[in-house]
Design a protein around this ligand. Structure first.
Ligand code: URP
Ligand code: ZN
Ligand code: ZN
Ligand code: ZN
Length: 469
C-alpha cells in the first residue's frame, strides 16, 4: 500500500481508543492506521508528542445570517471558516434563514452561492423553518431534504421566527415523514416579552437585564414543552444550547420516559456567568446571547452533564456581532435598551481549545469523549458519517494535531473571526491545535493557513436519530 502522506507517531483518537500509531493518507482519505507504515513515496509528518483528533465539527454556527434592520453579522463564509480552521475545525454547520418574502428554496439557493468559493473548510447547511405555509411544509422541505438539507431548526422565541406549538407539531410531522433531524431553541417567548416590558417600564435597560428577562424557568418550561411536543409527534429532537441543570433535568426525564433526545451545550454555559453581562462600560453587551450564561451552580450542572455523557454535542453557537458597528452591540439603540442588543457571541475559534483545556487537561473527560462531543456525534446526528467526524479507515482525512503542552492566553488580536472582541479575552488555556488537514491536504501549519478556499458546501445524508452512545 502506498500513501500520499503519513502522520507518524501521534496519539491517535479513534472511536473509544487513544493509542500511538501512524495514519496513512491516500486520495484525501484515511487509508490505514498502524505501526511503521511504509513511507515509500509519501510525505511524512513527524507527530510524536502530538494528539491526532478528528477535525472539529461545529454543528451550530451562524454565518452571514440576515439580522435586524441595519444589523450586520460580523462573519461571512470567508472569515468564519478561516477562524473555524484556526480553531481546529474542518466542518461547520451554519443556518439558512429565509428573508421576508423569500421561500426556503430561494433562500437556500442564495445561501449556497454565498458559501461557494469562500469556504476554507467544509460547510453543511441547516434550514431554519420560520413559517409553516403549505409550500414550505409540502414542497420546499421535502425537495430540500432530497438534495442534502436534512436538518431543521425551529425557534420558540424571537418575534420574527417563533413558531406556535401547533406549528412546531406540523414541522415535526414533516420531519418524521422525511427522517429529518430537528433542533429546537427552547425559550418561552411570551414570558420573555412580559418580563422585558416590565423591566423597561421600570427604566431597567442595562445589558444585565437581558439575562434577568430570560431566567431559567423560561428555558426550563420551553424545554419541557418542546419535549412534550416531540413525544406527541413521536419523533426524536435535539435541544440546542442548554444552559443549566433544570433544563437538562427535563431532558433526562424525557429520556427516562423512553424518548430519544439529543442535547447540546456550548462553552459560554461552562465558563461565563450572568455577571459578565453586568461588566462596566457597556462591556456587558459583549456577553448578550440567548439563552444567557447563568451562575456557577448552572455551570457545574452543565459540566456534570458533559461528564455523565448527557450532552451529545458541544457546539459554539458562534453568532458574531461587532461591538463598534453602527447597529452593533454598542449602538445608540442598544444603549437605550438591552432589547436592541444584537443577540449572540463569537466563539467558533475558541470552542475546542476551551474544552480541551477545561475538559481534557483538567481530567473531566477523556480524549475519546472529547472527540465524540466535538466531532463524531455531530457527524452521526446530521448525516455526515461515516465520511466525517472519525479517524477511521475510509473516512475523509479531516485531522487536527494538538500540542497538549502549549499554554496560551486567548486574546482578540490573535483570532481570525470578524468580530471586534472575544468574550474569552485573557482566558488561559493549555493545549492548542498546531496542524490541520482537510481531506488529506495540509490546511494549517504553525499558525499559517496554507490553502485558501479548499472547503465547500457538502450534503447531509440521512440523520442517525438513534440515541448516541
Ligand atoms: O444568542 C444567540 N444564541 N443567537 C443566535 C441565535 C440562536 O438562538 O441560536
Ligand atoms: Zn438558538
Ligand atoms: Zn444559535
Ligand atoms: Zn444521546
Amino acid at each position: 500500500m502506498t500513501f500520499d502522506r503519513i502522520i507518524r507517531g501521534a496519539t491517535v483518537v479513534t472511536g473509544d481508543d487513544a493509542r500511538i500509531c501512524d495514519i496513512g493518507i491516500a486520495q484525501g482519505r484515511i487509508a490505514a492506521l498502524g505501526l511503521a507504515l511504509d513511507d515509500t513515496g509519501a510525505e511524512v509528518i513527524e507527530a510524536a508528542g502530538l494528539i491526532a483528533l478528528p477535525g472539529g465539527i461545529d454543528s451550530h454556527v451562524h454565518i452571514s445570517q440576515p439580522s435586524g434592520p441595519g444589523v450586520v453579522m460580523a462573519d461571512d463564509f470567508d472569515s468564519a471558516t478561516r477562524a473555524a480552521a484556526f480553531g481546529g475545525n474542518t466542518t461547520v454547520m451554519p443556518f439558512c434563514l429565509p428573508r421576508e418574502g423569500e421561500t426556503l428554496r430561494e433562500a437556500v439557493a442564495s445561501y449556497v452561492k454565498l458559501a461557494e468559493g469562500n469556504c476554507h473548510i467544509d460547510a453543511a447547511i441547516h434550514l431554519i423553518v420560520k413559517s409553516t405555509d403549505p409550500v414550505t411544509l409540502g414542497q420546499d422541505l421535502p425537495a430540500l431534504y432530497a438534495t442534502g438539507f436534512t436538518s431543521f431548526k425551529v425557534f420558540m422565541t424571537y418575534a420574527d421566527m417563533a413558531l406556535s406549538d401547533r406549528q412546531i407539531l406540523e414541522v415535526l410531522k414533516v420531519a418524521k415523514e422525511l427522517g429529518a433531524a430537528v433542533m429546537v431553541h427552547a425559550e418561552n417567548e411570551d414570558a420573555i416579552e412580559y418580563l422585558r416590558d416590565e423591566a423597561e417600564r421600570k427604566g431597567e435597560t442595562d445589558p444585565k437585564m437581558h439575562a434577568r428577562t430570560r431566567p431559567v424557568p423560561v428555558e426550563r418550561e420551553a424545554t419541557h414543552r418542546a419535549l412534550s411536543l416531540a413525544q406527541i409527534a413521536g419523533v426524536p429532537i435535539t435541544i440546542v444550547h442548554v444552559s443549566n441543570g433544570e433544563a437538562l433535568d427535563e431532558i433526562r426525564r424525557a429520556r427516562l420516559r423512553g424518548q430519544v433526545v439529543h442535547a447540546e451545550t456550548c462553552p459560554q454555559y461552562l465558563t461565563l456567568t450572568a455577571d459578565d453581562l453586568d461588566r462596566a462600560g457597556f462591556e456587558g453587551a459583549k456577553y448578550v446571547c440567548s439563552p444567557p450564561p447563568r451562575d456557577t451552580a448552572a455551570q457545574a450542572d452543565c459540566w456534570a452533564g458533559i461528564e455523565l455523557g448527557d450532552f451529545d454535542l458541544y457546539s459554539s453557537d458562534h453568532c458574531p456581532f461587532r461591538f463598534a458597528d453602527p447597529e452593533g452591540k454598542d449602538a445608540p439603540g442598544a444603549r437605550a435598551s438591552f432589547r436592541n442588543i444584537p443577540n449572540g457571541i463569537p466563539g467558533v475559534e475558541t470552542r475546542l481549545p476551551i474544552l480541551f483545556s477545561e475538559g481534557v487537561v483538567k481530567g473531566r473527560i477523556s480524549l475519546p469523549h472529547f472527540a465524540r462531543i466535538t466531532a463524531t456525534n455531530h457527524a452521526r446526528l446530521y448525516g455526515l458519517a461515516p465520511r466525517k467526524g472519525m479517524i477511521a479507515v475510509g473516512a475523509d482525512a479531516d485531522i487536527v494535531l494538538w500540542d497538549p503542552t502549549i499554554t496560551r492566553t486567548i486574546t482578540q488580536s490573535e483570532l481570525h473571526h470578524g468580530a471586534d472582541y472575544t468574550p474569552w479575552e485573557g482566558f488561559a488555556v493549555t493545549g492548542w491545535p498546531v496542524a490541520t488537514f482537510l481531506r488529506g491536504e495540509p490546511l494549517i501549519r504553525d499558525g499559517v493557513l496554507l490553502a485558501e478556499g479548499r472547503g465547500g458546501v457538502i450534503d447531509c445524508g440521512q440523520p442517525d436519530l438513534r440515541a448516541l452512545p
